[in-house]
Ligand binder design. Structure first.
Ligand code: C2E
Ligand code: MG
Ligand code: MG
Length: 622
């Protein structure tokens, strides 16, 4: 190398080290600028006509020209090369994947084939193409073309260019990882929809827009009714599929500028933007669109196991200029959604101020309930269950909450709350303990000993893995309860994993605990389950007893249930018997027991004792 050559080489090495340090020091946001600047410097330095980068995608089937520099008289190609089929590069893909550089000093020396045709079509005379490798393998290719004259690259120059290709690859790798992390931060992976965080930012953005321009938006939260139950019954694969389909159905209701997101679990959101300026008109628009959405999402889904009905509840909050932060609409829509779900699901509820009061009230009640459970302030009332001959055979224990200000709070006002907050597990333990204590006390009274004790058990209690163990240890503590304790379960239990349910039931049955199926006829009513589960009793739901008379449809159902009970050797109890007419109708059925206000309301322990004693002396006289 002569003196001039040495000087030039020195300057070139300076350029390479300058480029390298720019790559190393750059932030990912700067990727495009840094790569474009490097292509320019290299193109100019080598007096080239094009310098470019391609990224491979779709398992190397496609290539995209991501960056390009062109010399003064060269037409940019980048726009035409966004979806290049790599078949046209096929002769070079094998060396690229092996990490080998392709150097063609004279295109005319190439054998005929795809490669030659591609290069000639762009008048290229010489080309250098360097694969861009990362730890994960080939990600792209960095090339320099000469169109106006041939160029031969020395080994040192190629080595320097490989170094630059390595720098570009590392920058891309960093950039890709950051983009992916950003995406994950803002995207829900299951549905591909924006996530809660992303939705909050969009709400913030539209609120800023409202402050400037006025108008209305609406936040609609959508929650699948009974999703947990369905997920457990059908399995997570089907559950995930249903969630994805719901996301797609919701997306169909997105108009220009609207945002759809998955907020978590089975909750989705639709942000309706740019509604009418007039509040009345905006509200009507939202109502109409929510009705359509509510209808469409609730269409049955066809799964391999058959059609599955899914209903949803919607909570809606209108956003106007008075709202200045992103938290408020979410809070409002959540309150409305809770109300919609609380009423029975499958409802649409708009937020109004009263819901806020309701929510404050709810958290206060929850706080008090927790204390009542902790201090064992719940009380059991007992409702007698009588045979056809009117002997009291047992009682159902029903929880009451004597509240210093609210009076006697009924299960309807706190069992649901306990279930949704998870307090039901400790509430249930308290009830079971009190029931066993009561049996122990009655065992010392000849009139009361031997009465069976039915205790209601919620599905969440059954889900608690230590449930069976807890009941067993209670029986150890109160042996008298063995044989007398009956656990009333509802058909919703069948939503859990059936073999787990059966295992728990069998385990407790072995210890002498018996099981009763409560509210029969209102849930799944699957006869197969009746055979599979170790049950000893069926309770016909009150709704069938309410209007029963000798010859109506309810009577047909009740007698069918009674016959079913007989053939499966199950006791049958008719719940909610209030009148003599109902009783007369039911008396035509053999082997049915009765529970209801006709005989007695649920009573405190002392009153129950009186009732049993009076009843038995009346019976013995008769
Ligand atoms: P359930 O297990 O079906 O209990 C029967 C309900 O029907 C009781 O309501 C009872 O008072 C009422 N009832 C009985 N006879 C008649 C009648 O002739 N007419 C009418 N109209 N009603 C009658 P209660 O005590 O309000 O309990 C409601 C529900 O709350 C229970 O339904 C049960 O599901 C739940 N529950 C009560 N206590 C507990 C408990 O300790 N744990 C759990 N997990 N749930 C409980
Ligand atoms: Mg019950
Ligand atoms: Mg019942």
């Amino acid at each position: 190398m002569g003196k001039e050559g040495a000087l030039k080489w020195g300057a070139f090495l300076n350029l390479i080290s300058e480029l390298s340090s720019r790559f190393v020091g750059s932030s990912c946001d700067d990727t495009d600028r840094v790569v474009n600047a490097a292509l320019t410097d290299i193109g100019v330095w080598f007096n080239a006509d094009r310098a470019y980068v391609f990224r491979f995608f779709d398992s190397y089937r496609g290539a995209r020209n991501s960056h390009e520099w062109c010399g003064p008289s060269i037409e940019p190609q980048i726009d035409y090369l966004q979806h290049l089929n790599t078949e046209v590069l096929s002769c070079w893909m094998t060396p690229f994947q092996a990490g080998e550089t392709v150097h063609i000093p004279d295109v005319t020396q190439l054998p005929p084939g795809d490669g030659l045709a591609l290069l000639e079509s762009q008048d290229i005379k010489s080309v250098l193409m360097i694969p861009m490798m990362t730890d994960a393998g080939l990600i792209g290719m960095f090339g320099v073309d000469h169109v106006s004259a041939k160029r031969h690259w020395s080994d040192e120059e190629i080595a320097a260019m490989q170094l630059i290709a390595g720098n570009i690859s590392s920058l891309f790798q960093r950039h890709d990882a950051e983009t992916k992390a950003q995406e994950l931060l803002y995207k829900d992976t299951l549905t591909g929809l924006p996530n809660r965080r992303s939705m909050r930012e969009q709400i913030r953005r539209v609120i800023e827009q409202l402050q400037r321009e006025g108008g209305h938006h609406a936040l609609v939260l959508m929650d699948l009714d009974q999703f947990t139950e369905m997920n457990e019954r059908l399995g997570f694969v089907s559950g995930d599929w249903v969630l994805q389909q719901c996301g797609q159905r919701l997306t169909k209701h997105r108009l220009n500028g609207d945002i759809v997101a998955r907020m978590g679990s089975d909750e989705f959101a639709l942000l309706m933007t740019n509604l009418a300026k007039d509040p009345e008109q905006a509200l009507n628009e939202v109502r109409r669109r929510c009705d359509a959405l509510h209808r469409d999402v609730a269409m049955p889904f066809s799964l391999p196991v058959g059609h599955e009905e899914v209903t949803v509840s919607l909570g809606v909050a209108l956003i106007d200029r008075a709202i200045t932060d992103a938290e408020t609409p979410v809070k409002h829509a959540e309150l409305a959604l809770n109300k919609a779900k609380g009423t029975a699901g499958h409802a649409i509820q708009f937020f109004d101020e009263r819901l806020q009061l309701f929510s404050g009230e709810r958290s206060q009640l929850l706080h008090e309930l927790r204390q009542a459970i902790q201090h064992e302030e719940l009380q059991l009332y007992f409702q007698p269950i009588l045979s056809g001959r009117e002997d009291v055979l047992g009682v159902e224990a029903l929880a009451r909450w004597p509240h210093p200000e609210r009076g006697l709070v009924m299960p309807a006002d706190f069992i649901g709350l306990a279930e949704s907050s998870g307090y039901i597990v400790s509430l249930g333990r308290l009830v079971l303990t009190q029931a066993c204590r009561q049996l122990q006390a009655w065992s010392e009274d000849s009139a009361l000993k031997g009465l069976s004790m039915s205790v209601n058990v919620s599905i969440s209690q059954f889900r608690d893995p230590s449930f069976a163990y807890f009941v067993e240890s209670l029986l150890d503590q109160y042996p008298v309860a063995t044989q007398l304790l009956r656990l009333e379960v509802t058909e919703s239990l069948l939503a859990l994993n059936l073999s787990d349910v059966i295992t728990t039931m069998r385990r407790l049955s072995k210890r002498g605990v018996r099981f009763s199926l409560d509210d029969f006829g209102t849930g799944y009513s699957s006869l197969t389950y009746l055979r599979t589960l170790p049950l000893s009793q069926l309770k016909i739901d009150r709704s069938f007893i309410k209007d029963i008379s000798a010859r109506n449809k309810d009577m047909t159902i009740a007698s069918a249930i009674a016959a079913l009970g007989k053939s499966l050797k199950l006791e049958v109890v008719a719940e909610g018997v209030e009148t003599l007419e109902q009783l007369d109708a039911l008396r035509q059925l053999k082997n049915v027991w009765f529970q209801g206000f006709y005989y007695a309301k649920p009573l405190p322990a002392a009153d129950l004792a009186t009732f049993v004693k009076e009843n038995s002396s009346r019976n013995s006289v008769a």
